[in-house]
Design a protein around this ligand. Structure first.
Ligand code: GDP
Ligand code: MG
Length: 293
């Protein structure tokens, strides 16, 4: 048995969570084209007969605007310390930016191997890809692997490359555990994902979802989720005219939840206004954003 921890880092929106889902072949992290989608540390566990790889998806490192942002950055930096391997993911269209260079300088000093994952290759021609690989050849990366997390292109090759750097021989998780996230957390995240994917601009950043009740019965799972927003006008948008938006989000989330549980789900959503929840430490703690010192 070979096993190890792999941290997935990179700027917001490059496809880190999509990559994790593609590797695990299940949705363990929510994704959207809104930067700042991932707010917690998500572990996804990859299993193969003689291998176990624990992937750690991190919130993107961006300029922190509020307390939540600062907590997330601290978590992401802390995660780079104790892993066997780091995947630095970049979007081929935007390439390596200033933020990535800053990350690299920090990473290369730590003597942890860093694989550059050039993601979203489905968006460019082969020539562009070859040019990008040539450009980054001399940056000091341990390996460079192009992927498309969206179409699963080259993901199995990426896994083969990662296997070379696993150092442990401990089985950390049981065979059918694919994530360390709790079920209530995942339920809340699925609702948040649907909100991110179906609302515009100002909405995503001011929302969080909190599962308050879950009851797994023989034929059905009852789930209650609070959608916490920071302003009354956001509450209006989330509910939508005649409750349309809430209905749509509820239906989409229920479908994913039914797939996750393999049975019927009865989902109740409540929208609550808590002003400035992102700056209130108590709420951050309650919602599971703990501070790593
Ligand atoms: N075309 C394309 N889009 C991708 C790929 N990987 C991720 N995306 C999209 O990029 C957006 C951000 O992805 P996400 O995984 O949430 O990024 P993260 O912030 O780095 O975790 C989503 O809309 C994804 O569907 C890819 O390989 N190709
Ligand atoms: Mg993410």
């Amino acid at each position: 048995m070979k096993s190890g921890f792999v941290s997935i880092i990179g700027r917001p929106n490059v496809g880190k969570s999509t990559l994790l889902n593609s590797i695990i072949k299940r949705k363990v992290a929510i994704t959207s084209n809104v930067s700042g989608t991932t707010r917690n540390i998500i572990e996804g566990i990859y299993h193969e007969k003689d291998y176990q790889i624990i992937f750690v998806d991190t919130p993107g490192i961006a300029k922190p605007l509020d307390k939540l942002g600062r907590v997330l950055n601290k978590q992401s930096f802390a995660l780079m310390k104790d892993v066997d391997l780091i995947l630095l993911v970049v979007d081929i269209k935007s390439g390596i930016g200033r933020g990535d260079k800053f990350l690299m300088e920090n990473l290369l000093q730590k003597e942890i191997p860093v694989i550059l994952v050039i993601n979203k290759i489905d968006k460019v021609s082969n020539e562009t890809l070859i040019m990008a690989i040539n450009e980054y050849k001399d940056y000091g990366f341990t390996e460079i692997v192009p992927t498309s997390a969206l179409t699963d292109d080259n993901i199995s090759h990426l896994i083969d490359v990662i296997k070379k750097y696993l150092k442990d021989d401990i089985k950390y998780y049981g065979d059918n555990i694919i994530t360390s996230s709790s079920i209530p957390f995942m339920a809340g995240e699925l609702v948040r994902e649907k909100l991110l994917q179906n609302t515009m601009e100002e909405v995503p950043h001011s929302i969080t979802c909190h599962c308050t009740h879950i009851e797994n019965k023989k034929d059905i799972v009852n789930i209650n989720i609070d959608i916490i927003v920071d302003k009354p006008n956001i509450k209006k948008i989330v509910i939508g005219g005649g409750g349309e938006m809430l209905k749509k989000v509820g239906t989409l989330a229920r479908k994913d939840l039914e797939e996750m549980f393999g049975k019927r789900v009865y989902l109740e959503l409540y929208v609550k206004v808590i002003e400035d929840w992102k700056d209130k430490e108590r709420y951050l703690k309650e919602l599971g954003f703990f501070d790593l010192d």
